[in-house]
Design a binder for this molecule. Sequence first.
Ligand SMILES: Cc1ncc(COP(=O)(O)O)c(C=O)c1O
Length: 442
Amino acid sequence: MSNRLKVTPNDLSAFWMPFTANRHFKQAPRMLVSAKDMHYTASDGRKILDGTAGLWCVNAGHCRPKITEAIREQAGELDYAPAFQMGHPIVFELANRLVDVAPKGMDHVFFTNSGSESVETALKMAIAYHRAKGDGSRFRLIGRERGYHGVNFGGISVGGIVSNRKMFGTLLTGVDHMPHTHLPGKNAFSRGVPEHGAELADELERIVTLHDASTIAAVIVEPVAGSTGVILPPKGYLQKLRAICDKHGILLIFDEVITGFGRLGTPFAADYFGVTPDIMTTAKGVSNGVVPMGAVFVKKEIHDAFMNGPEHMIEFFHGYTYSGNPIACAAALGTLDTYKEEGLLTRGAELEDYWADALHSLKGEPHVIDIRNIGLIGAIELEPIAGAPTKRAFSAFIKAFERGLLIRTTGDIIALSPPLIITKGQIDELFDHIREVLRMID
Ligand SMILES: Cc1ncc(COP(=O)(O)O)c(C=O)c1O
C-alpha cells in the first residue's frame, strides 16, 4: 500500500460531500482507499465486495489494466486540447467506435462530462432541432414522475423526485410529467419486465391533448429508472411511447446513463426493448467511471437539421471546455477495448437468470415487500419503519458495509448493480450478505 493510502485525514470539515448525510458520515467515516476488479479496500484494510459498480458506472470492474495504461499514456502525450474550433485525433476515433456499438441509426455523438450535462445537452438539442426546422413553437418538455435525470436545472425540471426539486424554486417552465410505472399492487415480485401498466403510456396522449402537440419538443424517460429505486417499464410501455411520439412529431429521448454499456445484458436498453429513441444520453459506463465523461447520441436527421447556414458559423451554441477531453477519450477507448475483449456488453444476459434466482430467493425474508430485476440490476424494496422512512434501508447499507459489501439505497429500496465481471460465486456471496443483513436490522 502506498503511503498516501495510509493517511487518514484528521479534519473532514472542509469537504461538503454530495448527496451525503454529512454530519452522520463525519462521525464514522467510511473511507475507500484502493480498488481492484470486484473489490474495494477500506481504510481499515477490509475487502469490500462492490455490489453497485461504484455508482452504476464501473461496469468493467476496478483498475482494469487497459484503461489505466491508456490514461497514463495519453497524459504524457496530449493532456488537453481546446474543445472549440480545434480537434484531436482520438476524440474522432472514439465517436466512431461509440457509433459502432450504438443502436442502429444513432450516428452522431456529442461529448459532455457527466450524465447531468448529457441531459441538459439533449434537452437543448431537442428544442433547438425543432427551431432549426422552423418549428420554434415546440418548446415543451415532458418527463415522468420519479424520473432522475441528474441535478442541473433542466434535469430536475423534467425529473420527478420531489426532494431534488422542492428546494430550488420554479425550475424550467413549460414542463409536464407522465405518471411513473411503479405498480406494486399489481406487479410486486415480478421477474423481469412486469405484465401490468402499458396503458400508463396513454397518459402522454392526455398531455398532448392538453398542450397540443405543436408545443411539445420532446419526451424524456429512463428506459429503466435506476436512481429512483429501479422502476421497470411494463411490457409494451416503451413501444407505446415510441408510437405516440411518432404520431405527434415529438422527439423521444432515452436517458441511458445507467442502462447504457451492458447493464441489461445488451449494449443499450434500446437494444433490450427493441425501441430506438431519437436522442440517447449516456455517461458513467462510457469511461467505466474512471475519468468523467458523457456522450449524447443522436439520429442523423437531428444532426443534419443543424448543418445549414453559412459554413463559417457555429451550428449549435453549446459545449463544454472538457467535451472530448483527450484523457477521458483515452479512458473510454480503453473501456471499449475491455468491454469487447471480455464480451461485457452482453455478459449480463448470460448471468441474468442466475442473478434473478439469487435475488428472488430473498422473498419472504424480513421487511421485504417487493423484489425487481432486469439484466444485472436488482431491487429489494423494504417496508418503511412507520414515521421514519429511509431509516431501515440506511441501516441495511451500514450493516452491509460492516460485513464487507457495498450496496446502494434510495428511499427504502436496496438497489444492486455490480460490475459486469461478477462471478456466480460472488453473486452468491452478495446475496448471502444481504440475507444476513435483512435478518439483523430492525
Ligand atoms: C438516468 C440518469 N441520468 C442522469 C444522471 C446524472 O449523472 P451524473 O451524476 O453523472 O451527472 C444519472 C445518475 O445517476 C442517472 O441515473
